[in-house]
Design a protein. Structure first.
Length: 238
């Protein structure tokens, strides 16, 4: 979930500037993000060369992020963002080498609502494109659940409370398709993230805290967004 939180906040903090946009301009951004993946483990019986799956995992996530920003000068922009997200992970365990009748499963669902602040500085501003570097901070929380289903069909549900924060630096590139509409590619370069999870089961409360940081290539998150400019400060593109 921490990766989804960071990614979604970066989505919201994609911003841009047209060459003729000046101090006093407003802009709104809307982005939808999706992610997913599959992982599996298998074992091979060398006596008969039979390969079976012992574990498989499916992950998915989505985020909807609206944001609004204001240009305090021709090069400095600040704004607010919201992020509505959910991540789902399903783990299937096959203890007898892939027999579906002996499968245990665990499904983890983590919805999250986040709020973010961001600022960008535009160091390159041409007729059709702009380049910028930015800083952002975001916090989020949500109530999720973990559903465990045993071989005999019995299921247990444990609710979880999630709180997270992220702080990072990024850079990006913006290309204008119209005088007031731009496409943006945003790259997250350095980030610090904290996720706290609390769950209660059988009168016992469990707390987990994860602190992570990422720098350089391993920390890059690339997102594409659309930004629309409001007001009279956006003039037609040449």
């Amino acid at each position: 979930m921490k990766k989804l939180l960071l990614s979604a906040l970066y989505l919201s903090m994609s911003a841009g500037l047209f060459a003729q946009v000046s101090k006093g301009a407003f802009a709104i951004t809307g982005t939808v993000g999706l992610n997913g993946g599959k992982n599996s483990n298998s074992q091979t019986d060398l006596s008969n060369s039979t390969t079976t799956t012992t574990f498989d995992q499916k992950t998915s996530g989505f985020a909807f992020v609206p944001a609004i920003s204001y240009f305090f000068s021709d090069k400095i922009e600040g704004g607010l963002a919201l992020a509505f997200m959910k991540s789902t992970t399903t783990n299937n365990f096959h203890p007898t080498g892939g027999n579906p009748n002996s499968t245990n499963s665990q499904k983890t669902e983590n919805p999250l609502t986040a709020f973010g602040l961001f600022g960008n500085y535009y160091f390159k501003n041409e007729n059709k494109y702009s380049c910028y570097a930015g800083i952002q901070f975001g916090i989020g929380s949500g109530t999720g659940k973990v559903t465990t289903t045993l071989v005999n069909g019995n299921a247990t549900i444990v609710e979880t409370k999630n709180n997270g924060s992220t702080f990072g630096f990024n850079t990006g590139f913006l290309y204008f398709v119209k005088s007031n509409l731009a496409l943006n590619a945003n790259l997250g370069l350095l980030s610090f993230n904290t996720i706290k999870t609390e769950s209660t089961s059988n009168n016992t409360t469990f707390n987990t805290k994860n602190n992570n940081w990422a720098l350089g290539v391993n920390g890059i998150v690339i997102n594409i967004g659309i930004k629309y400019f409001l007001g009279n400060n956006a003039t037609p593109a040449p």
